[in-house]
Ligand binder design. Structure first.
Ligand code: NAD
Ligand code: MG
Length: 393
């Protein structure tokens, strides 16, 4: 078996460390080419000791400097690089075959795009990259000649439920049904959402994840981003995408075909399953996850999302109906709003207000080039910032 070389973007995060967990179960199959993070020097040093990558990239120069000193002191054979350009280099490098895109936010767009353009097998966890990049991103994948495999559990479930030949999808598929756990506030009185603390919002009942996606799950903006992601990944019309709350997180999503037959993918809520599938596709390898134990499973239940409790979900279809670039505006607003909630004490229910106000204030006029989209992202962040400043300093 030939060894597969892998770059993990965002290796110190939740998806990144789960990826390295799967990789460590198959030392004969994978070799780490590069690891990247923003500022977590200690975690990166541990990963360099364990996986001996050729490169370690820290997007923050001060962190890169600190890591370089530690790497030198320990005599590790790792070259430390800094900045966004280096992220793109280790994603597009000729010696890399597979890139796991697990940076959080639009910051992951450039390196993910670099991997797509270079024709790598791109394992996409970083949903914000596709929400911002949209059809331009999908075109880069096609032109690069590589493959894009979804890592988001819902999209992996849909991908696993679809026929292998993508050219059959448009005439066979009626719709897809994305499941949502409903997060920590599924049954909370909507009137009390103004008092939610960051700790409560990050305490997800079924999944352990990074802070930003945890807050997105609590607002259901995560599902809104996933609707946009599904629209691009599977070339479906927005009205062919449905969301249903399924609190047990056993069914990870479903496909309804023309004849009304529904195919679903099930499993324990463990991100190592979609990660292992992306790493080994079309083969299957050991992931480390527990199997489902059907006799002990409780009932599988379903409900509609309550728009009063989760007003953000509808913004997905609103943004998809808007001019090109509107989903990038929504994403930028949400990133600013979530950061203001987590780090600056902005009220939880104001996240939606920031998103709505920014969407209303920024009318994108773009043709879809990456520079234009990044400029639009910056504009939307400025507008969202001024919304936030009504409430916090
Ligand atoms: P996380 O916060 O745990 O990790 C993020 C990683 O990205 C870290 O390594 C961090 O150092 C790096 N990073 C952060 N900001 C950066 C920047 N500006 N430039 C370069 N690197 C930066 O996040 P996560 O939960 O692992 O999520 C990563 C992505 O995967 C997100 O887009 C998220 O929506 C998606 N995702 C996560 C899960 C999950 O279970 N955690 C599930 C599905 C999808
Ligand atoms: Mg998901």
């Amino acid at each position: 078996m030939n060894t597969i070389t892998l770059t993990v973007l965002g290796s110190t995060g939740s998806i990144g460390s789960n990826t390295l967990d799967v990789v460590s179960r198959h030392p004969e199959r994978f070799r780490i080419f590069a690891l990247t993070a923003s500022s977590q020097v200690e975690a990166m040093l541990d990963q360099c000791r364990a996986f001996a990558p050729r490169y370690a990239v820290m997007s923050r120069p001060d962190a890169a400097q600190a890591l370089a000193q530690r790497v030198k002191a320990e005599g590790l054979a790792v070259e430390v690089l800094a900045g966004e350009e280096a992220l793109c280099e280790v994603s597009a490098h000729a010696d890399v075959q597979v890139v796991m895109a697990a940076i959080v936010g639009a910051a992951g767009l450039a390196p993910s795009l670099a991997a797509a353009r270079a024709g790598k097998r791109l394992l996409l966890a970083n949903k914000e990259a596709i929400v911002v990049g949209g059809s331009m991103f999908m075109q880069a994948v096609r032109e690069g000649g590589g493959v894009l495999l979804p890592i988001d559990s819902e999209h992996s479930a849909v991908f696993q439920s679809l026929p292998e030949d993508p050219s059959t999808w448009s005439h066979r598929v009626n719709k897809i049904i994305l499941t949502a756990s409903g997060g920590p506030f599924r049954t909370r009185d909507p009137k009390t959402l103004s008092q939610v603390t960051p700790q409560e919002a990050c305490a997800h009942p079924n999944w352990s994840m990074g802070r930003k996606i945890s807050v997105d799950s609590a607002t259901m903006m995560n599902k809104a981003l996933e609707v946009i992601e599904a629209h691009h990944l599977f070339a479906l019309a927005p009205e062919q995408i449905e969301v249903v709350i399924h609190p047990q997180s056993v069914i990870h999503s479903m496909v309804e075909f023309r004849d009304r037959s529904v195919v679903a993918q099930l499993g324990t809520p463990d991100m190592r399953v979609p990660i292992a599938y992306g790493l080994s596709w079309p083969e299957r390898i050991e992931s480390g996850a527990q199997g489902l134990d059907f006799p002990t499973l409780k009932a599988l239940t379903f409900e509609s999302p309550n728009p009063e409790r989760f007003p953000g979900l509808g913004l997905a279809w609103q943004a998809l109906a808007g001019p090109l670039g509107t989903t990038a505006v929504l994403n930028a607003a949400n990133e600013v709003a979530v950061a203001a909630f987590l780090d600056r004490g902005m009220r939880f229910d104001r996240i939606h207000a920031v998103n709505e106000q920014t969407l209303a204030a920024v009318l994108p006029k773009v043709t879809g080039g990456v520079d234009e989209l990044m400029a639009l992202d910056a504009d939307a962040r400025r507008v969202a910032e001024s919304c936030v400043s009504q409430w916090v300093r």
